[in-house]
Design a protein around this ligand. Structure first.
Ligand code: FES
Ligand SMILES: [Fe+2]
Length: 387
């Protein structure tokens, strides 16, 4: 049945939110997607920024990306350029915006004892203090000693660095405490960065998360890659907590261990035979995606840019034993090629999904039991955005 969408004002965030809050969130067997406008509306996107991304804890990276003194990396999080570094007091997160005329000070990643703004050479130390400001001696009442980059609240949980812009946010560690056994099993705090991947996604941030979190699409999108070893129909949604949801992704029956393990990596120590035969996909609401595998992890920060643009910051982690192997550079290069092939498949379908979601004839779609994680994300948003 076709019905023109004449009853909907397309870019009214409040009306989209209202319809979303009217959707039931108690019976998974009746689950449906959010309204497609929630993936396209500018005003709804601003509501998400204000009610979710500026309130909750956001993953930005793993400690091992800045393992050494003065290591740093940069990231834009809901329009805030951030500088994440290790100084002699530990990890710190600063606004990466110059106090003079707002140019971002640091770029990319690296190791540096100071940061010189590329616009007029104002210089900052690794504690965010302004240490140099040329030709400012005639500026009355300007005391550079008093000038510091704003500090952003952060918390490190099992080596994962999270930030929040909300001074009143409850500490994150207690919320994630029920996942302790799992994070310990995969040694998350002790892993090292094999490589990072940063790329632009031409689709809504929720599409990035939803697709990562369900294996229902394997049989179509990844039929010549993932589906053989990890048939989507065998996956299941195993756990949901106040801050996360998990999809269990088993290796096919009678599958060889070589299908789940990466040649050249050492499997994590202490895994049972059964634990060697599955991967798990975790979403820590709202923006942290984790893939747990018997010999490697990926942890991603999904960073909304606009309703139809998202930045993906992905960190791939392995054990110190794996990273110490002589053939590791080759192994990491092969792993990277493998991930890029899968990423390409998802990039294509998600861009297509975005295109379809703009249709005035698009409606909320029903969900399979294999995509209950999609519904879990929607329910998290309903709760956060109703506040
Ligand atoms: S904007 Fe940074 S020195 Fe001028
Ligand atoms: Fe995929």
């Amino acid at each position: 049945m076709y019905r023109e969408k004449i009853d909907v004002v397309f870019d009214d965030g409040d009306s989209i939110l209202q319809r979303m809050l009217e959707q039931q969130r108690h019976d998974a067997s009746r689950a449906e997607t959010l309204p497609p406008e929630a993936y396209n509306s500018d005003s709804f996107f601003r509501l998400e920024e204000d009610k979710v991304f500026r309130q909750d804890w956001l993953f930005v990276g793993h400690e091992s990306q800045i393992a050494n003194l003065n290591d740093f990396f940069t990231l834009d999080v809901v329009g805030e350029p951030l500088l994440i570094l290790r100084n002699d007091a530990g990890i710190a997160v600063f606004s990466n915006v110059c106090l003079h005329r707002w140019a971002p000070i640091a770029h990319g990643s690296g190791n540096s004892r100071s940061f010189i703004c590329p616009f007029h050479n104002w210089t900052y130390n690794t504690h965010g203090k302004l240490s140099g400001a040329p030709s400012m001696n005639q500026a009355q009442d300007f005391d550079r000693q008093q000038c510091s980059l704003p500090k952003i609240r952060h918390e490190v949980v099992f080596g994962m660095i999270f930030v929040t812009f909300n001074a009143d946010a409850q500490p994150l560690a207690p919320r994630l405490a029920p996942l302790t056994e799992r994070f310990q099993r995969y040694h998350v705090a002790d892993l090292v960065t094999a490589y990072t991947l940063d790329y632009d996604c031409p689709y809504n941030w929720k599409m990035a998360i939803e697709t990562f979190m369900e294996c229902y699409h394997h049989a179509a999108v990844h039929r010549t890659t993932l589906e053989d070893s990890f048939p989507g129909r065998l996956s299941s949604i195993i756990d949901e907590g106040p801050g996360w949801t998990i999809c269990h992704q088993p290796l096919r029956k009678n599958g060889e261990l070589s299908e789940i393990l990466t040649a050249g990596l050492e499997p994590f120590s202490g895994l049972s035979d059964e634990q060697m035969r599955f991967s798990e996909l975790l979403l820590l609401f709202p923006n942290c995606l984790i893939s747990l595998n018997p010999d490697r992890l990926s942890i991603s920060a999904i960073l909304p840019v606009s309703p139809h643009a998202t930045r993906w910051h992905r960190v791939v982690l392995v054990s110190q034993a794996s990273a110490a192997r002589e053939d590791f550079p080759q192994t990491a290069a092969t792993m990277k090629q493998g991930s890029l092939a899968i990423i390409d498949e998802d990039q294509w379908i998600n861009a297509e999904q975005q295109r379809g979601s703009r249709s005035r004839l698009a409606r909320p779609g029903r969900l399979s039991h294999l995509e209950t994680t999609v519904w879990h994300l929607a329910n998290y948003l309903k709760i956060r955005m109703a506040e």
